[in-house]
Design a protein. Structure first.
Length: 200
C-alpha cells in the first residue's frame, strides 16, 4: 500500500482557538505567528476585509520560506463581526466591549471568517470566506458587566466567544459553528483538497 505523503500545515496565527482547531485534522502542524498590519481601507466590504487580511497573514509566513525547501501549505485566517453595516474587531478595552455587547444583545449579527492557503511548492494561492449568522439573547448591563469581568471578551472579535461561557448568550446560529470560533474547518478542508492535501 502506498502511504499518502504528509505535508506540513503552517498556521500563520497566534490564536489559541485556531491552533486547537487545525490540530483536529491530525496532520503535522507548525505554528508561525505573522505580524502584519491589520488595517484596511474604509468602506471595504466585510468579505473582502477578511479575505485580504487572511491572505496578508499567510503571505507573510510564506515569504519566510522562499529560500528553504519546506513542502507545506501556509494557512492564514481572519474573523470579524458585522452588525448593521458596522465592523466589530477585537475590543480595545472593557468600555469598547460593553459598547459592542450592548449593540449585539437581542439581535442577529454576521460573523465573517476569511481563509487563505498558500502552497509553498507550487506557489498556488486560494482565498475564500464563510459567513455565519448569530442571534444573541437579551442581556442587561449587569450581565454584560459580569461577562466582561470574566475576561473572555478581551481578545475576541465582537467581544464574545461562542466556545466559552459566551455560549450561554447565543440563542441560535445559522451556518458553520467553527467559522464563528475563527477557522471554518469544512471550508479549510475543501481548500486543502484543492491543493492535493486530503484531510479524510
Ligand atoms: C466571534 C468570536 C471570535 N473569536 C476570536 C477568533 C479570533 O482569534 C479573534 C478575531 O481576531 P483575528 O484578528 O481574526 O485573529 P487573532 O488576532 O486572534 O489571531 P491571528 O491574527 O494571529 O490569527 O476572535 C472567538 O474565539 N470566538 C468567537 O465566538
Amino acid at each position: 500500500m502506498l502511504l499518502q505523503e504528509t505535508r506540513t500545515l503552517l498556521l500563520a496565527s497566534s490564536s489559541p482557538r485556531r491552533q486547537e482547531l487545525i490540530r483536529t485534522f491530525q496532520l503535522p502542524v507548525q505554528i508561525e505567528v505573522s505580524h502584519v498590519d491589520e488595517s484596511y481601507a474604509p468602506l471595504t466590504a466585510p468579505n473582502e476585509i477578511v479575505e485580504e487580511l487572511a491572505l496578508r497573514k499567510a503571505q507573510a509566513v510564506a515569504n519566510n520560506h522562499l529560500a528553504d525547501s519546506l513542502d507545506g501549505v501556509v494557512v492564514g485566517s481572519d474573523t470579524i463581526v458585522v452588525f448593521d453595516n458596522q465592523i466589530l474587531n477585537k475590543p480595545v478595552d472593557d468600555q469598547d466591549a460593553m459598547r459592542m455587547l450592548m449593540m449585539l444583545q437581542s439581535r442577529t449579527h454576521q460573523v465573517f471568517s476569511g481563509v487563505a492557503c498558500i502552497d509553498l511548492k507550487s506557489g498556488k494561492r486560494l482565498v475564500k470566506h464563510r459567513m455565519t449568522e448569530v442571534t444573541m439573547r437579551e442581556l442587561s448591563v449587569e450581565q454584560i458587566s459580569r461577562y466582561i469581568a470574566s475576561g473572555e471578551p478581551r481578545d475576541k472579535a465582537g467581544a464574545y466567544g461562542i466556545q466559552g461561557i459566551g455560549a450561554t448568550i447565543v440563542v441560535s446560529i445559522q451556518g458553520c459553528y467553527f467559522n464563528v470560533v475563527g477557522l471554518p474547518l469544512s471550508l479549510l478542508s475543501e481548500m486543502l483538497k484543492e491543493l492535493g492535501v486530503d484531510v479524510l
